[in-house]
Design a binder for this molecule. Structure first.
Ligand code: SAM
Length: 450
């Protein structure tokens, strides 16, 4: 941690932590632990890890931070580098999320750590809406969710206020709020430089606004998960206090005292001197009153998406496995998308309402007389077994990800899925005299290979 810590922050933390303050300062001088969350299905491609994160089964620590960009398994979605404390969201979901199909909304979702966590924990028949207001971050969110490979996801690029009209619709809303970032001080020196009392106050006002937008979206009985990566009571416990005054009841978590997570009485706080992780705050609340779903303002088919016929879906089913029944859509640019049929109805309502939303799983589009598969389809957990896979060595997989030409042991004609340790990383096409690499330029590895 290079930048000196702000005086106002230090004096508040001293008052907050009392005799633990010296230990807290010492922890801030130590290197931050590196953790990843293993993909529940794809993780066999992962390298060796040291200890597990105590509060989430899929969490693992690494002895040192590798260059993730140089691991093809990272590009295939075998794991997600994620700060260990924030995996507490997984613990809370396991304890409080009702079983059965749910409609879940992650309101501030980029880059996607918690959305991918939700995607892996939601039961079959559930739909996740992953929303991010900042456009450049929205693209990163889509990429990370695509790598995670779950299909029952709609992504959207909206301000929370654009969800007006969807009141009472959601069973679960996660707000991992933009905050003053005090919990990231030792990991990210820019968060120290950006900190000021004024900015922290601005953050708490912004959080209150987003929470006021979020509450009406929940159905009565629905769950709100509210989290930040700060220690500031005005952004944490005071927000929870306000929620409690607004028909939200706090839900306790069962946490092993040996984990070191502090119960503040209004949510749970991770401190770096107590846990192997960064600063993080989480509260789970249940909506006690309010009204259910009203009339939706959305309309489908929308101008942006047309539902395609059973015959067209059948033609696209070459690319998808048959374990699910699919609903298919085409947008104005001719791109095809698929969603599991069981979530089509709520998904269509959302696609009709939110003008900058799309199903996550893009299949591809016709160009000339060929169907060009979408890049993200390569990662799908539901890619058809009929697709021809070509296994690449680690150096060849890295060359492929750099958008260089893959070296194939056998000649290949037509579309091929480049795979690494049996996990799809992207598409190539074998022509009589050459091979074309279809890995998107925006995703390609830019650094030099070792
Ligand atoms: N949940 C994410 C994850 O686990 O990867 C991290 C979310 S980050 C803490 C907060 C997000 O809120 C950022 O992506 C930021 O762009 C977004 N944000 C910023 N201003 C916002 C606003 N006014 N309303 C909603 N989201 C906002």
């Amino acid at each position: 941690m290079a930048a000196p810590l702000p005086r106002a922050f230090l004096s508040r933390m001293q008052a907050q932590l009392g005799s633990e303050f010296a230990g807290f300062l010492e922890a801030l001088e130590a290197p931050p632990p590196t953790a990843v969350r293993l993909h529940p299905v794809k993780h066999s491609a992962c390298q060796e890890f040291s200890d597990g994160v105590k509060w989430y089964t899929g969490g693992r620590y690494m002895d040192e931070r590798p260059v993730f960009t140089l691991d093809p398994a990272f590009h295939a979605g075998a794991y997600y580098p994620q700060e260990a404390s924030s995996m507490l969201v997984g613990t809370a979901l396991q304890q409080w999320m009702p079983s059965g199909p749910l409609l879940a909304l992650d309101l501030a979702a980029a880059p996607g750590g918690k959305s991918t966590l939700l995607a892996e924990l939601l039961s079959t028949g559930s739909l996740l809406v992953a929303n991010e207001v900042i456009r450049s971050r929205y693209q990163v969110l889509r990429h990370n969710l695509l790598k995670w490979g779950y299909p029952a996801v709609v992504t959207s690029n909206h301000d929370p206020r654009d969800f007006h009209g969807l009141e009472g619709l959601f069973d679960l809303v996660l707000l991992d709020a933009p905050c003053s970032g005090e919990g990231l001080f030792r990991k990210d020196s820019s968060s120290v430089e950006e900190w000021s009392s004024g900015h922290a106050q601005y953050c708490s006002l912004r959080q209150r606004r987003i929470l006021s937008e979020a509450l009406p979206l929940l159905r009565p009985g629905g769950l709100l998960l509210y989290s930040t990566c700060t220690y500031n009571p005005a952004e944490n416990q005071e927000q929870v206090g306000w929620l409690q005054q607004n028909d939200m009841r706090l839900c306790p978590l069962q946490l092993d005292p040996a984990w070191g997570i502090v119960d503040t009485g209004r949510g749970y706080q991770c401190y770096p001197h107590r846990v192997a992780g960064e600063g993080f705050f989480l509260a789970v609340l249940r909506k006690e009153a309010g009204s259910g779903k009203g009339e939706s303002a959305g309309g489908f088919p929308s101008e942006r998406f047309q539902k395609i016929s059973r015959e067209e879906v059948a033609a696209l089913e070459y690319w998808l496995d048959a374990s699910l029944t699919w609903a298919g859509y085409r947008d104005r640019k001719g791109r095809y998308y698929a969603l599991p049929q069981e979530v089509a109805q709520p998904a269509e309502e959302l696609l009709g309402h939110l003008k900058r939303s799309r199903p996550l799983l893009e299949l591809g589009q016709h160009k000339g007389n060929q169907f060009v598969p979408a890049a993200g389809l390569a990662f799908s957990l539901h890619l058809s077994k009929a697709v021809q896979r070509v296994e690449l060595s680690r150096p060849d997989a890295l060359r492929f990800l750099k958008k260089e030409l893959p070296r194939l042991e056998q000649p290949h004609t037509g579309w091929g899925l480049a795979s690494y340790t049996k996990l799809g990383i992207g598409w190539f096409k074998g022509l009589p005299n050459r091979i074309n690499n279809y890995y998107p330029t925006a995703w390609r590895i830019r650094m030099d290979l070792p």
